[in-house]
Design a binder for this molecule. Structure first.
Ligand code: PAF
Length: 254
């Protein structure tokens, strides 16, 4: 089983020993409720680095809806079993107080792309993501950090932040992992009812096959999805939809 550390001081002591021994560190930040998509990030880090660090932290500042934060699955024991199988060495699982000793007094803000696509529908979400990723990257002090293509807007914003603040960690993007029917893996998929789960693959199909973003929207609404947005930009089609209380996001190259 991976070693679980709950404090920054504990990880820093381990990090110093790895540095002294010349070992590279690969870091995978997560909010837990792990699935095969996360496992692919752990495998990529395992392939590249001597030590694999994962974090499991359900970050309160990136939830724009209180009930979504409260409902977010927390299952560290189960997550540790998956991380063990995927070759994770150390899990950083801090408390909210450990991560936010000054509350929300200090934060990272991006004022362009973070306001578009998902940001236009989830006010403050990306400020919360960037703030916690800034903290996690500073704590991890890793050589490389791994993020999934599924959260493409998040990935681009994190890359921009790393560049803007001259952070030394290399950001490594990893391909979206899909179910056999095309649905992108997500911790939120577990919340779909059987009927919603049966409908969900049409989201990816519409993004891939519809001739225009507007046509994809019409197709999805006719099928019973509530559509936050479908937009084509910079060679990708991005979408976010809701099925009941569950929000799904995806993107495909065009
Ligand atoms: O993608 C996620 O799971 C989260 O947004 C992240 C990057 C772990 C920050 O909380």
């Amino acid at each position: 089983m991976p070693r679980v550390v709950n404090t920054i001081a504990e990880w820093r002591a381990l990090r110093a020993a790895h540095r002294a021994a010349g070992r590279t560190v690969g870091f995978v930040p997560t909010m837990g409720a792990l699935h095969a998509g996360h496992a692919s990030l752990f495998h990529a880090a395992r392939r590249d680095c001597a030590v694999v660090l994962a974090s499991v932290f359900v970050n309160p500042t990136q939830f724009d809806e209180k009930h979504d934060f409260e409902l977010y699955p927390r299952m560290l024991d189960q997550d540790c079993a998956l991380m063990d199988a995927a070759g994770v060495d150390v899990v950083f699982a801090p408390s909210v107080a450990e991560m936010y000793p000054n509350g929300t007094r200090y934060a990272v803000t991006e004022n362009q792309f973070s306001r578009e696509l998902c940001g236009a529908h989830r006010p403050g979400h990306f400020d919360g993501v960037l703030t916690v990723v800034m903290k996690l990257l500073q704590i991890a002090d890793a050589d490389r950090a791994y993020f999934g293509d599924k959260d493409q807007q998040q990935l681009q914003l994190i890359r921009g932040m790393v560049e803007a603040f001259f952070l030394p960690t290399q950001i490594v993007p990893c391909p979206t992992v899909r179910e056999a029917d095309g649905l992108a893996m997500s911790s939120r998929n577990a919340r779909l009812s059987p009927a919603e789960r049966a409908l969900a693959p049409q989201f990816h199909q519409a993004l891939v096959a519809a001739p225009t973003a507007a046509a994809a929207r019409v197709q999805l609404e006719a099928a019973g999805f509530r559509v936050d947005y479908v937009e084509d930009r910079d060679g990708r089609r991005y979408g976010a939809v809701r099925l009941g209380a569950t929000r799904l996001i995806d993107n495909v190259a065009r």
